[in-house]
Design a protein around this ligand. Structure first.
Ligand code: ZN
Length: 275
């Protein structure tokens, strides 16, 4: 079997593996999204809880301060009743009045903080409900992902074994190059040469439509590896493209089963012909 046919076999196995994994990948992506949303909600909840605590402490502080001022005012009022002169009385009165203004401030502050306490408490209960709801979605997503993983496990194991065998028959450098191309081009890492117009000797790369000259096609049909000069995909020809459809004036291998090309000169292992 030609290097090109071997590489194509590896590509087909990899495609199957990718197809299987993609089912798991989408379930994994969904789970990750849910976990991310949940983490964001938990962060918000933690912030609200913290703010709630601060507002509560501020309210208590204002309440304590108001009580302290109140006590001082009561003490002054008692002293006012015992004042001996008008001057003394009005001095106490002035102080009581200024303390009253301070106490009003603290009362107001306490009310404001109590409002905040209510707001944050409401926010916390809403966020708590959202976290619980999201937890439900996330745990379903996890079950889904685990199920998918279990579902493909056996088949993936078989394919991995098969891949190992196929890969052993392929030149290591070519296999590595195919892996890189699959990362970059996915399904287009290997492209079939497509016939555009047989009479006018027009063929093109099945991935990017770049023209493939007849001479290059002839090299490919002998099983040598050629990369598309435009998109970089490994080019291959299906047996029928190579045998039935190949015009006679091209230096095509005679037997009909072309990519096997037993009689055609083979490219040496590890050799890649650039078009
Ligand atoms: Zn191309």
């Amino acid at each position: 079997m030609s290097e090109s046919a071997n590489l194509l076999k590896l590509f087909r196995v990899d495609q199957q593996i990718r197809g299987l994994r993609s089912r798991l990948t989408s379930a994994e992506r969904f789970l990750a999204e849910q976990q991310k949303l949940m983490a964001a909600l938990e962060t918000k909840l933690a912030t609200s809880t913290q703010q709630h605590k601060i507002a509560k402490a501020a309210a208590a502080g204002a309440e304590g301060e108001a009580a302290r001022i109140e006590a001082r005012m009561n003490h002054l009022r008692e002293q006012m009743n015992l004042a001996k002169t008008n001057k003394e009385y009005s001095a106490f009165l002035t102080e009581v009045n200024s303390l009253k203004a301070l106490k009003d401030e603290q009362d107001k502050l306490q009310l404001e903080q109590l409002d905040r306490v209510d707001q944050f408490a409401k926010q916390m209960s809403e966020l708590d409900a959202q976290v619980k709801e999201r937890q439900g979605v996330a745990s379903k997503a996890k079950a889904e992902r685990d199920g998918k993983e279990a579902e493909i496990k056996d088949r993936l194991g078989e394919l991995s074994k098969e891949r190992g065998v196929v890969r052993d028959g392929v030149d290591a450098a070519h296999a590595k190059r195919l892996e890189d191309l699959m990362e970059r081009l996915g399904e287009d890492a290997m492209a079939m040469v497509e016939e555009i117009d047989r009479r006018n000797h027009e063929w093109s790369c099945g991935a990017c439509r770049m023209a493939v000259p007849a001479q290059v096609l002839s090299i490919i049909t002998r099983g040598s590896l050629v990369n598309c000069p435009s998109c970089g995909a490994f080019l291959f020809t299906e047996t029928d493209v190579a045998s039935k459809k190949l015009p006679k004036d091209l230096d095509a291998p005679k037997p009909a089963k072309a990519p096997k090309a037993a009689k055609a000169p083979k490219a040496k292992r590890g050799e890649t012909l650039e078009a």
